[in-house]
Design a protein around this ligand. Structure first.
Ligand code: AHM
Ligand code: MG
Length: 332
């Protein structure tokens, strides 16, 4: 399997899968190359002067790190000239980035969180890039409205994980596959096919410091997990929280588990912390493709009709039976 590069995998998928066009294949190759460039910057760290704050803020009101800005610039520069895209949108930009007039325009829309897990950049903990690809509606101006499609419309989604190894995890709507970066040849190789998330688990991920702000159904669910063998669940649960969604979701795709970033009352104006279009939707697509489930507690993430590009959403994803239990607690 290791002799199958990303390029070969995509060319073979294009032959077998009518939905994978040559343009989409080339777009994914460009995204992978951009992620390789980001991985190089991440690996060099202080040697390249890329750590620390950029001294600016983004539309979310968050302080930008230098690597947030560098990663965003790498993705924009790599993707604007190829002719595959109609526009791009990013966590780091208030409005969509149109393709400059000097380049041809394509039929796809690319969304990304260029550097997920920003709080982990300066402490050498795994971080990543999350991306999602949509089709640009025919005749549309490729403006913000064009991006506001529900998650089931995604033609492809994935993430790069900059950890001890750099991985690219991808779905084209037919399973979830993992590619490992060979740093010497700068080539991604297929290393795992068709990841599956077990329906049950004994491991959960949540930022427990927010416990007092959670809604009652989440408080009940987590209290039951924490009661372990002595409570209604009758078994002990382990907890892990990396603080980079991309790393927490990768663990769940690798060995199972449930991840929650629920709505809380800390900031009544926010429906959650994570962003629907370029964090929750691509992860929900990957998780569903691996047999898991993804919900905001009340409906499947992928069925949410987006209203704005940067809207936030509560996220509960992973082991199907656990996600269903959390959803049931929200209904009762
Ligand atoms: P970011 O995209 O600015 O890095 O924010 C998203 C991150 C997720 O990766 C992670 O799950 C979450 O924020 C962690 O939040 P907290 O610091 O509240 O635990
Ligand atoms: Mg993020």
């Amino acid at each position: 399997m290791h002799d199958i590069t990303l390029s070969r995998f995509l060319i073979e998928a294009q032959r077998e899968q009518q939905s994978l066009s040559a343009d989409l294949r080339q777009l994914l190759e460009v995204v992978a190359r951009a992620c390789t460039a980001i991985a190089v910057a991440v690996n060099k760290g202080d040697l390249a002067g890329v750590l620390g704050s950029a001294g600016s803020g983004n539309v979310q009101g968050e302080v930008q790190k230098k690597l947030d800005v560098i990663s965003n610039d790498i993705l924009l520069a790599a993707n604007e000239w190829g002719g595959h895209l109609a526009a791009m949108a990013s966590e780091e930009m208030e409005h969509p980035h149109p393709i400059p007039h000097r380049y041809p325009k394509g039929e796809y829309l690319l969304l990304f969180d260029p550097l997920d897990g920003s709080s982990n950049i300066d402490v050498n903990v795994s971080i990543g890039t999350i991306f999602s690809v949509l089709r640009c509606p025919a005749g549309s101006a490729a403006d913000e409205q064009a991006f506001l499609q529900n998650g089931r419309q995604q033609v492809c989604a994935g993430y790069a994980l900059y950890g001890p190894t750099t991985l690219l995890v991808l779905t084209l709507g037919q399973g979830v596959h993992v590619f490992t970066l060979d740093r010497e040849t700068c080539t991604f190789h297929l290393t795992q096919k068709n990841l599956r998330i077990p329906e049950d688990t004994q491991e959960y991920a949540i930022n427990a410091s927010n416990a007092r702000h959670w809604e009652a159904p989440v408080q009940r669910y987590i209290a039951e997990l924490q009661a372990g063998k002595d409570g209604v669940r009758g078994k002990d649960f382990n907890m892990r929280w990396v603080g980079s969604m991309v790393a927490d979701v990768h663990r769940i795709l690798s060995r199972g588990g449930i991840f929650l970033y629920p709505k809380d009352t800390k900031d009544a104006g926010k429906a959650g912390k994570l962003r629907l279009m370029y964090e929750a939707n691509p992860m929900a697509f990957l998780v569903e493709q691996a047999g898991g489930a993804a919900s905001d507690g009340r409906r499947d993430i992928l069925d949410i009709a987006p209203e704005t590009l940067h809207q936030r959403v509560a996220v509960v994803l992973g082991a199907r039976h656990e996600v269903e239990r959390v959803a049931a607690y929200h209904l009762s």
